[in-house]
Design a protein around this ligand. Structure first.
Ligand code: FAD
Length: 428
C-alpha cells in the first residue's frame, strides 16, 4: 500500500518525454493561473519551446486551496501556501496580470480587462476553476461571503473564516454547509471539520461542529468517522440530507434552515453549489450544463476546436475535482498541444489522482485512482481505486500525514516551478 502511494506521489514530478524540434512561433494563451493553467503553461513551454506561451491571471501570486484548511485551523501561515509566477516567467512563460473579460472561442480571441485590443492565439487553454452559486439558498446576497465565509477559494476568505473561529465564544457552534456533488474537492468539508476540531480540542474544548450535508454519503466517510470517534469523540455531528432535507435559507443571525431543522451557528461556513468559472459559462462552452464537456484524450472542448478546458471547470467524472486531477489533465493537454506544434503523433495517456486528507496534523488518509480513455469516455482503470485501510495503526496514519506534506511540496513545485521546501517544513 505504502509502496503504491510512493509511486503515485513520484508520478507528479515525472515529466512526459517528448522530442521537440524547432518550429515557427505558435501562440498559446492560457486563462487561469491555478493548478490546471499554471501546469499547462509550464509544460507547454517545456515540451514545445518554440511556442509563445502567455498566462492570463489577475493575481500576482496564487494561494492554494490545498492546505488552506491548515490555515483555517491556525496551523500554517497563509504565506506558506502562496506561490508567485517568477518560476514560470524564468522558464519563458509571459504572465499577463489581468483578467480575461470575455472570449470568442471560435475566433480564439481573448478580451482583457486591462486592454481593449483582444489577444489572438492558435491554441486557447482555459482553467478558470469554479464559480460559487448561491441562487438556490434564500437570504443570501452580496454580504453572505463576508458573514458566512465559504473559504472555497483560498485567500481573504480563508483568513476571514480563521478569524471568526478564533473569536468564537467558548462552547459555541460551528456549522459547515456542504454542497451536493459535483463540487471542488469532495473530501474538503470533512477535512476542514477535522482540523477545526483539532484546534477546538485545544482552545475551545466544549465547542461543537455540525456538518449540514446536501448528500447522504461522502468520500472516505468510514475513515473520517473512525478518525472523529478516535480523536474528537462527540464534537462533530454529521447530518445527512435524508435526515434534515435541503438547505433552503440562511438569515442574518447565522441560522441555517433546512426542510426539517434550524441550525443556529456562532460561526457559519456556507459552501454553496458550484459551476465552472464564469469565463467559460458566459461564452457558452459549458453547453448550458454548468460544467464543460471535453475529449478526455486531450481536453479539447467538444464545442470549439483548438480550445482546451481543464480542471474543476470540466466534467471529468470519475476523476474528482482536485488539484492533483487538474495538474494531471494539464500535462495530458500540454502533451497534445505540443504534439500538434511539433508535428509528432499524440501519446496514449493515462491519468491519476490521490486525494489526501488530514484528520489531524499527524493523521492522514487517502483515496487514489488511475484513469484512462475508453470509447471516448474517461474511465477508472479496473482495480486501481483504493482508500487507506480502516483500523490502521498510528504509524500508518502518521506515514500518510507525511505523504500528504510530501505530495503538497511536489505538486506545488511541479505546478509553479517553485521551491518552498524550507518555509513549508517550518509551518506557521
Ligand atoms: P484553480 O486552481 O482555482 O485556478 C483557477 C484560476 O483561474 C484562479 O487563479 C483564478 O484567478 C483564475 N481565473 C478565473 N477566471 C479568470 C479570468 N476570467 N481571467 C483570468 N483568470 C481567471 N485538491 C487536491 O488535489 N488536494 C487537496 O488536498 C485539496 N485540498 C483542497 C482544500 C480546499 C479547502 C479546497 C476548497 C480545495 C482543495 N483542493 C484540493 C481542490 C483544488 O484546489 C482544485 O481542484 C484546483 O485548484 C482546481 O484547479 P483549477 O486550475 O481548475 O482551478
Amino acid at each position: 500500500m505504502i509502496k503504491r502511494r510512493r509511486f503515485l506521489q513520484a508520478s507528479v514530478l515525472v515529466p512526459l518525454s517528448f522530442s521537440v524540434p524547432g518550429r515557427a512561433k505558435p501562440r498559446v494563451v492560457i486563462v487561469g493561473g491555478g493548478f490546471g493553467g499554471a501546469t499547462a503553461a509550464g509544460y507547454i513551454k517545456k515540451l514545445a519551446p518554440s511556442a509563445e506561451v502567455s498566462l492570463v491571471e489577475p493575481a500576482r501570486a496564487f494561494i492554494t486551496c490545498p492546505f488552506s484548511n491548515l490555515v483555517v485551523a491556525g496551523k500554517r501561515d497563509i504565506n506558506t501556501i502562496t506561490f508567485d509566477y517568477t518560476g514560470l516567467q524564468a522558464a519563458g512563460v509571459r504572465h499577463i496580470a489581468t483578467s480575461a473579460r470575455s472570449i470568442d472561442p471560435k475566433g480564439r480571441l481573448i478580451y482583457l480587462e486591462s486592454n481593449s485590443a483582444p489577444l489572438a492565439c492558435d491554441f486557447l487553454v482555459l482553467s478558470p476553476g469554479i464559480e460559487l452559486v448561491y441562487d438556490s439558498i434564500e437570504g443570501t446576497g452580496v454580504r453572505t461571503p463576508m458573514e458566512l465565509p465559504h473559504a472555497w477559494k483560498a485567500g481573504y476568505q480563508t483568513l476571514r473564516l480563521r478569524s471568526q473561529l478564533e473569536d468564537m465564544k467558548q462552547g459555541g457552534v460551528f456549522v459547515i454547509a456542504a454542497p451536493d456533488n459535483p463540487y471542488r474537492c469532495p473530501p474538503g468539508p470533512y477535512e476542514r471539520a477535522s482540523l477545526v476540531a483539532e484546534y477546538f480540542k485545544r482552545h475551545n474544548p466544549r465547542a461543537k461542529i455540525i456538518i449540514v450535508d446536501a448528500k447522504d454519503n461522502f468520500t472516505k466517510k468510514a475513515l473520517f468517522q473512525e478518525g472523529w470517534n478516535e480523536r474528537y469523540p462527540g464534537m462533530i455531528d454529521w447530518v445527512p440530507v435524508s435526515q434534515t432535507g435541503t438547505l433552503r435559507r440562511v438569515d442574518e443571525d447565522k441560522v441555517f434552515y433546512t426542510d426539517f431543522d434550524e441550525f443556529p451557528a456562532d460561526v457559519g461556513n456556507l459552501i454553496p453549489p458550484q459551476r465552472a468559472g464564469a469565463i467559460v459559462t458566459e461564452s457558452g462552452l459549458d453547453g448550458g450544463r454548468g460544467w464543460c464537456e471535453v475529449d478526455p484524450g486531450n481536453f479539447e472542448s467538444t464545442l470549439a476546436s483548438n480550445v482546451y478546458i481543464l480542471g474543476d471547470a470540466v466534467n471529468a467524472a470519475p476523476m474528482p475535482k482536485s488539484a492533483f486531477s487538474a495538474n494531471n489533465q494539464a500535462k495530458v493537454c500540454a502533451a497534445s498541444i505540443a504534439a500538434r506544434i511539433n508535428g509528432t503523433p499524440p501519446l496514449e495517456t493515462f491519468m491519476m489522482n490521490t486525494c489526501y486528507s488530514l484528520i489531524g496534523e499527524d493523521y492522514g488518509i487517502s483515496i487514489s485512482g488511475v484513469y484512462k480513455t475508453a470509447n471516448e469516455r474517461l474511465v477508472a482503470v479496473p482495480d486501481s481505486e483504493d482508500t487507506s485501510p480502516l483500523g490502521a495503526d498510528k504509524a500508518f496514519r502518521q506515514a500518510e500525514a507525511k505523504y500528504t506534506h510530501d505530495w503538497y511540496r511536489a505538486i506545488t513545485a511541479d505546478t509553479f516551478i517553485a521551491n518552498k521546501t524550507l518555509s513549508h517544513e517550518a509551518g506557521a
